[in-house]
Design a protein around this ligand. Structure first.
Ligand code: GTP
Ligand code: GTP
Ligand code: MG
Ligand code: MG
Lengths: 281, 292
């Protein structure tokens, strides 16, 4: 931990350790430490607090888009609005959908949840519980059904029942599983053909405790689909999620939402200022 | 590949004889980067490399082997030795059913791993019983029951009971009554900083005295692996670790972090979503993967 005093021999090393410990990764850490070292040599950073402030400024420069990036995109025309939620196994997709449905309902939308995970044990039941909790409509098929067919039927059901937002849950899959990534691309295509401009958001959920593998996940998911937003889940853990800086630099995809717990209300829009501050504490 | 990259880095050292200190330091700087990018904890990396440096200093440069390759071999050997050279299986209780308690962060793969262990133990004639102790997650019990049906292993559950320690005690009674030789307890995911939930696990442990307390860890976890493993270890006294989702491309530096920080052996790796996706941990293959 950096002590907020003056600068000494170990200050840069301690800064480096703080950044590495927060999962910033090697390239970003090196760049930030070099930057601070320059400022220190120019006499522009005299205390360790100056170091932290300098880093915070750099982080904000990377993370802050134009602010409206964290807002979700809705259908311009007939709709329904379709959100596709994807990501590797266990990151919090299904739970995030429950939270998002609850939030959208409170904003006056009628939400329908589509149980696109037709593979994992208990997945359809799990989403059905979240639909009940969030007061959302629910469409699910039998385990083993074609996820693209579920998505297709869900959109029809939304139109029939007057739901203006459809959120499609998908099975967790490792980005290295080519056939499963192809399955996801098919769901995306079917949805795009069914509704003009859909999916209006393709949200890739990342677990905040993930290390450098997040880079590989974002790279491959965004190669197969047009990922429009990242969700950083489990930010209530002790992990800092520093990896998002490298992700923003390499891929430019905005973090739109953060998950901060297992409860239905524990979802918030991504706040770059708050994140930049807290990631260094 | 790493030893070639190192040879490139070290190509400016044209000395014969010993591996010189500047050569080693240059090589280890590159290795440090490799380990950090593989998610090995930064503190552990430092200690590990200090050890490697000690070993490397004074080693003669082998005429038949390029220095980069030699350094990599030393690093690889040290990794294997740190990861635990001998294979550690599951312990068996001297009397009564062997109780296995699974714990870990949310989404790490506990429920799926419970089924994998059950399938493996069933095949070994250890007549397992699965118990659903996750009373929080929606459809958690449905998930374990569905898996139990898939692998033909009975699951004990009670959708009305909220006291997890009570559930564990009843499961143990059921295991004894049904002559099951193993009881596998699946628990809810939790943060190691959640005092209330960590206390719940302590009470379960006190109630049924498990033979094995296994931490289930996602192979893609980053630097926080150390703090998480330490938290669970201090609360429960872990007897083993299972590293899941190793069928992906996560380098799995967490293996080194967890083993280095707690000394607890990694017993299995999860290599897929299906109940047969469980392998015995191999330190040689893990070292290869971390250093790739
Ligand atoms: N602490 C915490 N836990 C979370 C958060 N989001 C999800 N979880 C938990 O993470 C676990 C996995 O969540 P799921 O929603 O099932 O994850 P998933 O991505 O749908 O998983 P798969 O469908 O199996 O790939 C559950 O125990 C959730 O309660 C969060 O923001 N904080
Ligand atoms: N590819 C792969 N997926 C896995 C592996 N182990 C578990 N999974 C998947 O990871 C996701 C989470 O697994 P769960 O067993 O629900 O995780 P959990 O720890 O019980 O989750 P909580 O109870 O919510 O804490 C599921 O989609 C599993 O199929 C593995 O070794 N490889
Ligand atoms: Mg899910
Ligand atoms: Mg579970």
């Amino acid at each position: 931990v950096l002590i907020r005093g003056g600068v000494d021999e170990g200050s840069l090393e301690r800064l480096e350790e703080l950044l590495l410990a927060s999962d910033f990764g090697v390239p970003v850490t090196m760049r930030l430490v070099d930057r601070v070292e320059d400022l220190s040599r120019q006499g522009k950073a005299r205390t360790e607090q100056d170091f932290l402030d300098a880093v915070e400024r750099e982080l904000l420069a990377v993370l802050r888009g134009d602010g409206k990036e964290t807002s979700l995109r809705f259908a311009a025309g007939e709709g329904p609005t379709v959100f596709l939620v994807v990501g590797v196994n266990g990151v919090g997709k299904t739970t995030t959908i429950g939270k998002l449905a609850h939030w959208l309902k409170h904003q006056g939308h009628r939400v329908l949840l589509a149980a696109g995970d037709t593979f994992r044990a208990g997945a359809i039941d799990q989403l059905r519980v979240w639909a009940e909790r969030a007061g959302a409509e629910f469409v699910g098929a039998q385990p083993g059904a074609d996820p693209a067919a579920v998505a297709f039927d869900a959109i029809d059901a939304a139109r029939a029942r007057g739901a203006d937002v459809v959120i499609i849950d998908t099975a967790g899959r490792l980005h290295t599983q080519g056939d499963l990534m192809a399955e996801l691309a098919k769901v995306h295509r079917v949805v795009a053909k069914k509704v003009e401009g859909a999916p209006h958001e393709t949200l890739l959920v990342l677990d905040a405790t993930t290390g450098q593998n997040a880079v590989s996940q974002v790279r491959i998911f965004s190669e197969m689909l047009q990922v429009t937003g990242l969700v950083l889940s489990k930010l209530d853990s002790t992990a800092k999620g520093g990896i998002v800086v490298a992700l923003k630099e390499q891929f430019g995809i905005p973090v739109k939402l953060v998950g901060t717990g297992e409860g239905i209300e524990e979802l918030a829009p991504f706040d770059a200022e708050q994140f930049a501050k807290e990631v260094l504490t | 590949e790493l030893s070639e990259k190192l040879d490139g880095v070290l190509s400016r050292f044209r000395q014969r004889g010993l591996l010189t200190e500047p050569m080693i330091r240059e090589g280890l700087r590159e290795i440090r980067r490799v380990l950090l990018e593989a998610d090995v904890h930064y503190q552990l990396t430092r200690h590990f490399l200090a050890k490697v440096e000690q070993r490397a200093l004074g080693e003669k440069v082998l005429k038949s082997v390029a220095p980069g390759q030699q350094i990599v071999k030393i690093v690889h050997d040290e990794l294997v030795s740190l990861l635990g050279e001998k294979r550690e299986g599951l312990k068996t209780a001297p009397v009564g059913p062997t109780v296995i308690l699974l714990a870990g962060l949310q989404g790490s793969g506990k429920t799926t791993t419970a089924a994998k262990l059950a399938k493996r133990l069933a095949r070994e004639g250890k007549s397992p019983l699965l118990a659903a102790l996750d009373v929080y997650r929606p459809a958690a019990i449905d998930q374990l029951e569905a898996l139990g049906r898939q692998i033909n292993v009975p699951v004990v559950a009670d959708r009305e009971e909220r006291d997890v320690a009570k559930l564990a005690v009843r499961a143990l009674e059921q295991a004894k009554a049904g002559r099951h030789r193993t009881l596998i307890l699946d628990t809810a995911g939790r943060l190691q900083i959640d005092e209330e939930l960590m206390d719940e696990l302590r009470r379960v442990k006190a109630a049924v005295q498990p033979t094995e307390v296994l931490l289930v860890v996602d192979a893609m976890i980053g630097q926080e692996a150390v703090r998480i493993a330490e938290g669970f270890h201090q609360a429960l006294g872990l007897t083993g670790v299972i590293l899941t989702k190793m069928d992906g491309d996560a380098r799995g530096g967490a293996a080194l972090s967890v083993r280095g920080a707690t000394g607890v052996p990694i017993k299995f790796i999860g290599i897929g979503e299906r109940p047969d996706g469980l392998d015995v941990f191999d330190p040689y293959r893990m070292a290869d993967r971390i250093l790739q």
